[in-house]
Ligand binder design. Structure first.
Ligand code: DC
Length: 245
């Protein structure tokens, strides 16, 4: 469908720093509404992963833009594939997250990804999760939410998530995975420091910095359960998006 007609399709933009619960909340909201989901962070993670495997300089804008032009990335409920290879777990590695925040500061990378992200806007609607969904990629989103939480609680959640992923990885490999081939789960303090460094990079970059859109509804999720956050977001959505039923 040509881009011009897609502006009729409603978008819910969910932005915020790492670990504020965006991914889980966006997936739950998309599921409840039966809408499409864009995990834009996964795109930046894929670029960081492939760039590192190809030995590209993380700050070489033209080379990264060229890489993006030839990437074959596909999302499904099961995860993400690149060139047909399942990279769902590989992109969740913390080192890949750190590298993603470095490539995400390169203007050529952000420009090259704009059209890709906008192609996710499809009937009956899109829930988009990221840092600049409501400010740059979908400034006309019908509802905009900015999720925040204290750095400590975000680092704690991330730690639990990494441990879960490690267990999942072990189960998938039927116990055949060696400790050395597992992504390392960092200590809490190291995780907190890395998260604060990533926040600073995402907030202070000159292109599309992490800031709430002026018309975003900010929700501090520090003391909330995921179900409470989903209900709060759904209540905001109901006020701004005409929903069937
Ligand atoms: O949400 P995430 O942790 O998967 O995102 C990984 C990195 O990608 C994050 O540190 C910043 C960057 N990112 C971005 O700059 N803009 C987005 N819309 C999404 C992610």
């Amino acid at each position: 469908m040509p881009l011009a007609t897609r502006t009729d399709i409603p978008v819910i933009a969910i932005d915020g720093p790492s670990g504020a619960g965006k991914g889980t909340v966006a997936a739950a909201v998309a599921d409840r509404l039966g809408w499409h989901l864009l995990d834009s962070g996964a795109l930046y993670r894929v670029i960081a992963l492939v760039a590192s495997r190809q030995g590209l300089d993380q700050r070489d804008g033209p080379a990264l833009a060229n890489l993006i032009g030839g990437l074959d990335v596909a999302f499904s409920p099961a995860g993400v594939t690149v060139g047909g290879v399942d990279e769902t777990l590989a992109i969740r590695d913390d080192a890949v997250g750190g590298a993603a925040s470095i490539v995400a500061a390169i203007p050529e990378v952000r420009n090259a990804l704009l059209a890709t992200q906008r192609r996710f806007r499809d009937h009956p609607g899109l829930v988009a999760d990221g840092r600049d969904m409501g400010t740059v990629v979908f400034p006309d989103a019908a509802a905009k939410v900015f999720l925040t939480a204290s750095a400590e609680s975000r680092a704690q959640r991330r730690l639990l998530q990494l441990r879960d992923m490690q267990r999942l990885n072990e189960n998938r490999a039927g116990g055949r995975v060696s400790r050395r081939s597992q992504p390392v789960v960092p200590e809490f303090d190291a995780l907190l420091r890395e998260l604060e460094a990533r926040d600073a990079r995402d907030r202070e970059r000159t292109v599309s910095p992490l800031v709430p859109a002026p018309d975003a509804h900010t929700v501090d999720t520090t003391a909330m359960t995921i179900d409470e956050v989903v209900s709060t977001v759904m209540a905001h959505v109901a006020k701004h998006v005409p929903l069937d039923g």
